[in-house]
Write a protein that binds this ligand. Structure first.
Ligand SMILES: Cc1cc2nc3c(=O)[nH]c(=O)nc-3n(C[C@H](O)[C@H](O)[C@H](O)COP(=O)(O)O)c2cc1C
Length: 367
């Protein structure tokens, strides 16, 4: 029988258990995306809390886009030294640390000016954020792909255990997969074989830079849950294509965006019956591909997750909101207190002073 505390090894990663902190925007970087004391504290608490592998919040790979306030950056070599200290700190607690690489595309609050640009697969207004991006030229597409590759090499040099490409939730790589947003008539638009090219080529550019053995993970929507969105069938095609390229370390299966669920996006407000809400899709992808699959979204219950582990090919389980609420959740479970995560999935974790849980927030931080 498999257990959530199994030690495993795959694709260059050694994992002390099957628990992961899924990428979580922390909102605590400085105005240039650099690390702060508060960020060190957040990640030290997580690493101490028993989770085997931590994925950072989405980090911007190019300074040409307007980041979110407090978003992490990794767009030039000035980050390598501070990230080296950061990864060493996580390793001290025997936790893996992976950085999530992203371009925001039209999911940004950029309005006008500031010398920053808003990129899209096509110039289609973002249904969630309301900005209209500029369609990337083919030359710019290659520039973006190289920016991902350069960022991945920086991550490797800084001691990260791997990188994750953020191709979910309506960010730029995800937008290329979505017919509603990708109306291109060149070889990056049209059928899913073309819409997938941006992600596949980005993966290949990253792989070339970091070499064959370095862990590269991909987070992708199982489907977009919107009119003219990417379907689950198309997602399965893309996953097969990524797996066929060889060397992808893990696939994390999510779904939706602010375009599909304006008030909650991919972090759904759920009842107990709706826990692990991408289970069916993740299980199907895990069955079809010889690549470990991470289940994310509404994971709250130890017994139910043990069941999933033993009745599907899903290999890892990731948590976002439960670890914002209880950074020590995994230690608690390991100590035998198997009550479900305390998180009530309210989705109120975003806060101008930094991502936090309503249960732990100082009263002065109430909105
Ligand atoms: C505050 C917050 C920040 C998030 N930041 C990211 C992110 O940076 N990258 C990402 O891929 N997903 C991000 N997510 C989505 C989570 O990783 C996860 O897919 C989603 O919340 C569902 O998991 P959960 O039920 O365990 O919260 C974020 C979610 C929340 C609530």
């Amino acid at each position: 029988m498999k257990t959530l505390f199994d030690q495993t090894e795959y694709g260059g990663l050694k994992l002390k258990n099957r628990f992961m902190r899924s990428a979580t925007f922390d909102g605590r970087a400085d105005e240039h995306g650099h690390l702060t004391k508060e960020l060190f504290e957040v990640y030290e608490n997580l690493a101490k809390g028993g989770v085997g592998t931590i994925i950072t919040g989405l980090a911007y790979v190019t300074n040409l886009e307007q980041p979110y306030p407090g978003q992490l950056g990794i767009y030039d070599d000035s980050f390598i030294e501070e990230y080296s200290k950061f990864t060493a700190m996580c390793h001290k607690y025997d936790a893996n640390i992976i950085v999530q690489l992203a371009c925001l595309g039209s999911q940004t609050y950029l309005k006008e000016g500031g010398g920053k640009t808003m990129w899209g697969a096509s110039a289609v207004e973002d249904l969630g954020y309301k900005g209209t991006p500029r369609a990337l030229t083919v030359e710019e597409i290659h520039h973006v792909q190289q920016a991902f590759a350069d960022a991945a090499l920086r991550a490797k040099r800084a001691g990260f255990d791997g990188v994750q490409l953020h191709a979910a939730h309506g960010y730029l790589l995800s937008k290329f997969l979505t017919p509603y947003y990708n109306r291109r008539t060149d070889h990056y638009g049209g059928g899913i074989e073309n819409r997938a090219k941006m992600l596949l080529e980005t993966y290949q550019a990253v792989r070339e830079k970091v070499g064959p053995a370095y862990p590269v993970l991909v987070k992708i929507n199982s489907e977009d849950y919107m009119a003219d969105g990417m379907t689950f069938r198309e997602c399965k095609y893309v996953c097969k294509k990524i797996a066929a390229l060889g060397g992808v370390s893990m696939l994390e299966i999510s779904g939706g965006s602010l375009s599909s669920r304006p008030n909650e996006g991919y972090a759904r407000q759920i009842t107990q019956e709706q826990e692990s809400y991408f289970k069916a899709q993740a299980a199907e992808i895990a069955k079809e591909n010889d690549v470990p699959v991470i289940l994310v979204g509404g994971n709250r219950n130890f017994a139910a997750l043990t069941d999933i582990l033993n009745n599907t090919h899903i290999a890892y389980v990731a948590f976002c909101r439960p670890l914002i609420c209880e950074s020590q959740l995994i230690n608690r479970w390991q100590a035998g207190d198997l009550r479900p995560a305390k998180c009530i999935s309210c989705g109120k974790c975003f806060h101008p002073n930094g991502t936090s849980c309503i249960f732990n927030r100082p009263k002065t931080d109430a909105l």
